[in-house]
Ligand binder design. Sequence first.
Ligand SMILES: [Zn+2]
Length: 97
Amino acid sequence: MTAADREDCSVKWCDESGVHTVHRHYVESIPADSGRWVLGVNVVRPHSSTTGVELATVPRHGRSTVVRLGTHEADLLHEAIREAVERIQRRAGRDDV
Ligand SMILES: [Zn+2]
């Protein structure tokens, strides 16, 4: 590792250090499915591309998957999850959950 590798990134919000091709800010890391998965939500900006949201699914064993979403796509995902949670909550107390 050279001295340059240890320098912080010039992009202020970037959490990556050393040589990297994607600027990334780690927003949230959510254990899911009884700890079988960790879901990571990051802000990313690949070089020569626009800033977006990165959804990382990291299994306890095996390969992780990364999906990059534009802000509109991320909004749709957010709305869909919100809708699903609200449907569950509306049915809470009924026996068809
Ligand atoms: Zn960076």
